[in-house]
Write a protein that binds this ligand. Structure first.
Ligand SMILES: [Zn+2]
Ligand SMILES: [Zn+2]
Length: 91
């Protein structure tokens, strides 16, 4: 049903010890095939349930500058963080 096209699996040499459908495959092997992406997403969900915080991954680049401020939102940024800050300031 989803129009999302899965990336073709990356080749893991046997010596790498990486397996598709696992988080290391996604993180260390940089594979974005469906099973690897799903394993990584499941890990993130689990982690968030356990810790209440989103998992820190090196694959998500930090947002540039200091987003999450109303000042940036006023300058026209509408990223989630700046929107949240603007919303919080209105309260
Ligand atoms: Zn994979
Ligand atoms: Zn922003």
């Amino acid at each position: 049903m989803s129009p999302r096209v899965a990336a073709p699996p990356v080749y893991f040499p046997p010596s790498s010890g990486l397996v598709h459908g696992t988080r290391p495959g996604y993180q260390r092997g940089k594979c974005r095939c469906d099973p690897c992406a799903e394993a990584n997403a499941a890990y993130g969900r689990e982690w968030k349930e356990r810790t209440g915080r989103p998992v820190a991954t090196s694959t998500v680049p930090p947002l540039p500058a200091r987003h999450g401020s109303r000042a940036l939102h006023n300058k026209g940024c509408s990223c989630d963080r700046c929107l949240d800050a603007a919303r919080a300031a209105r309260r």
